[in-house]
Design a protein around this ligand. Sequence first.
Ligand code: H2U
Ligand code: ZN
Length: 347
Amino acid sequence: MALDLDNHPHRRWNSLTGEWVQVSPHRAKRPWQGKQEETPGEEKPKYDPECYLCPGNNRAGDAKNPEFESTFVFTNDFSALKPDTPSETIKDGDLLYAKGEKGICRVICFSPRHDLTLPEMELSQIREVVDLWTKEYTELGDRDYINYVQIFENKGEIMGCSNPHPHGQIWAQQTIPDEPSKELKRQINYYEEHDKTLLGDYLDLELERDERVVVENEHFVVVVPYWAFWPFETLLISRRPFSRFTDMSDAEKDGLADIVKQITVKYDNIFEVSFPYSAGFHPAPTDGKEHPEWHFHMHFYPPLLRSATVKKFRVGYEMLGTPQRDITPEASADLIKSLSDTHYKKQ
Ligand code: H2U
Ligand code: ZN
């Protein structure tokens, strides 16, 4: 009997990190039922006097936000990393090993409006967010002790996000964190062997097969990756192999704003709720090296499973063994593709 990826349990290799994911498609055989329930989205005010991210409001300590009209960035009042940390190494025998870690944490408000999220913002406003990401990547990455700038968004209460005001975070630090570090090794190996970027070749394959592509424009493509772990995980890849925010042309920056809007609109349309996720960019490290192997991309990791309230927990076998999914990446891609390009609130 031949192995059938639509029906037989199998393992898929994540060629970007070198890890495996267990797929059990036979457990997801019931057909997709469409949206299962409607959690009434409460109407949010455009301005909330209690919100620490709204213009003009007070934050922790004595900090007060300006009356900003577009984007706004500030140093996290509860930063997990600090620039003045001693770089000392403490090694106690072969088993107890610790190092000081310097860094900077910032918070980015995407809009002065409390009630909007990326999929509901105008393209021109999202473009302003792209420009701010670029500016922060450059400014933080230029500091000699900052070797990686992790820009991300944690969206939705289910993700532990404390505030619905549209915002993201930046953690810039001395060490390249684990996820980009795994990707760095794999991308370097591939580049040395093929003289092309791993994600460039992967993207060509995805475009040719056309099974997992969910949205695209002139400059970017979003796929449910072959090795996706989260049910609705996606990977945003630039068509042109470049490494950093600063390599993007103006047209590519517009393209990035457009593709972010496209994929987040699709996400909100899955259950007709503001779709929670952790998402973030993986640009090249800012360690002063060239990084021709590094291909700019962004990951979206949504936690939802079958409905707006049923969350996938990574427990049991997945905590002790290997990550696992039921619905195949191809089935998830079909579902996302089938949804409207217009946000459900505007339909
Ligand atoms: P979330 O994106 O996970 O909701 O986090 C928001 C960040 O805002 C969080 O890291 C910071 C928290 O430390 N924050 C401030 O910097 N100032 C405040 O007054 C409240 C929250
Ligand atoms: Zn990545």
